[in-house]
Design a protein. Structure first.
Length: 489
């Protein structure tokens, strides 16, 4: 969710809550005010009626009793229903405009007998009314109840209209506020969008000379722009320094590799020549036992020198390959037929030094498949993984088989060797990395897998690694395939 949307939702939500709170306050305040006004009118009318009541003494066989004499109730407030009840709940008199009598007359008369007036809400027909019940006493004698009923429908209708009006108006206000908030948020955040667009252009073009243009006040966005421009300047300076240092390092590695190849080749040639001469002299028997022993020791030393010189030559060649890769060497690619290439690799791999069994799977998935790449580098790639498998597998087997999946071909090299811990896998393609101390007992430069990863990347491929400590390792190299010329229509 964008900042713009979040700001709009926050503004709209706060406004909606404010309007809702204000609406409830107005609604309940107005409701209480209208109801209090109605009650006040009803009390006034009740006092007028009570002041007009004249008690009358009536002589009967049972003795003297008091009765009520009051004018017609219709002469009082129009729109109010009035009713007088006897103590037993019977209706003594009521306004002539009432079609129905007010309910609960018996309960009303009983409740009013305690001398306290009270209000109650009830229905008069289908109309909601508010009833003021006032007990009537004369000389401490309970004579009845005066009931004054006021119409609440007017209040309810007003409150209902207010509620619907408030909901409708509030909805449009919130909608309008959301639209205005969206517009204002967009306007306020537009400089940030320009900063983001400029940063994206710098990222895509990798042009650190560009800066973010900002025309506006020195507010938070202005300071942010200045900070980003300052950061770009520092990054540009650091990048230039690092690039110069890296270029110097690449030149050094490349030049050193070139310079070391010649003396190493000379050393190996001279050692091999001396070894042949001394072997020839020893075979003629022209030396005594002491000289023969010295020659034997010298031959062993020369073998060590030759082996180390050969190892250094491999390292120099590997460093030279990586230096060329770092320098952006463009690999010459053609359409390479996979079946003959793999057959040649398999044939040569039989002569590699090994103690494990070398197994090659069915090569039929390779028939008719071509790869757009470099034949020499692809052979080097396979040899790197095969030599690694044979080197670190003292017993068991190393297997090469193939997986065909849509437009991809997978070369799977599996061994039953020493394996690796899962924490070591992310580092195995780093230069000079040796997975564990036990690998130090095996000859190698630690550059093979780095070169292999470069070749895979140059061929737009990928590599999967599955390994378990002491249970072997499996590499799957995936390369995209192309149609061979013979299979094209």
């Amino acid at each position: 969710m964008s900042i713009r949307l979040r700001l709009t939702l926050w503004y709209t939500g706060i406004l909606a809550v404010t309007l809702l709170t204000l609406g409830f306050a107005i609604y309940f305040t107005l409701s209480a005010s209208l109801l209090a006004d109605l009650k006040g009118k009803m009390r006034i009318e009740a006092e007028r009626v009570i002041s007009s009541i004249q008690p009358t003494l009536v002589q009967s066989r049972r003795g003297i009793s008091v009765t009520l004499t009051l004018p017609p109730l219709d002469t009082f407030e129009t729109g109010m229903v009035m009713q007088v009840l006897k103590p037993n709940g019977e209706v003594f008199k009521e306004s002539g405009n009432s079609v129905l009598s007010l309910p609960n007359t018996i309960e009303t008369a009983r409740r009013a007998s305690d001398g306290n007036s009270y209000f109650e809400s009830t229905l008069f027909g289908n109309t909601a009314v508010l009833v003021n019940n006032i007990p009537i006493f004369y000389d401490n004698q309970y004579l009845g109840v005066l009931r004054v009923a006021g119409n609440k429908e007017t209040i309810n209708n007003s409150l209902r209209s207010l509620k619907y009006t408030f909901i409708l108006v509030g909805f449009f206000i919130v909608l309008l506020a959301a639209s205005i908030g969206w517009f204002l948020a967009r306007k306020a955040l537009r400089p940030i969008e320009r900063v983001i667009d400029a940063a994206n252009r710098i990222e895509k073009s990798a042009d650190l000379d560009r800066r973010i243009d900002y025309i506006g006040p020195s507010d938070e966005i202005g300071r942010l722009t200045d900070t980003v421009n300052g950061m770009l300047s520092r990054i540009q300076t650091m990048y230039s320094e690092l690039d110069d240092a890296y270029s110097a390092q690449r030149r050094f590695v490349s030049d050193a590799s070139h310079e070391l190849r010649t003396p190493l080749t000379t050393i190996r040639g001279n050692v091999e020549l001396l070894e042949k001469v001394w072997k020839a002299a020893a075979s003629k028997g022209e030396m005594n036992s002491v000289d023969f022993e010295n020659v034997t020791m010298s031959l062993e030393a020369m073998r060590d020198i030759s082996d180390e010189a050969e190892r250094m030559s491999r390292m120099v060649n590997d460093l030279l390959s990586l230096a060329r890769a770092d320098a952006g060497q463009v690999m010459h690619k053609t359409s390479v037929e996979l079946k003959p290439l793999v057959d040649e690799v398999v044939r040569k791999a039989q002569f590699l030094p090994r103690t494990a069994e070398w197994i090659v799977g069915d090569t039929s998935p390779l028939i008719g498949l071509n790869v757009n790449g470099s034949k020499d580098h692809l052979q080097q790639l396979l040899f790197i993984f095969i030599e690694n498998g044979l080197k670190y597998t003292d017993e068991g087997s190393v297997t090469l088989d193939f997986i065909r999946r849509e437009q991809l071909i997978g070369f799977r090299i599996s061994d039953t060797g020493i394996g690796m811990d899962k924490e070591e896998v992310p580092h195995i393609f780093e230069r000079f990395y040796r997975a564990d101390l036990s690998r130090g007992t095996k000859s190698g430069t630690g550059l093979g897998l780095s070169i292999a990863k470069w070749i895979i990347d140059e061929h737009a491929g990928s590599v999967e690694v599955m390994t378990q400590k002491d249970h072997g390792t499996t590499f799957v190299i995936w390369l995209p395939t192309v149609l061979s010329l013979s299979s094209q229509p």
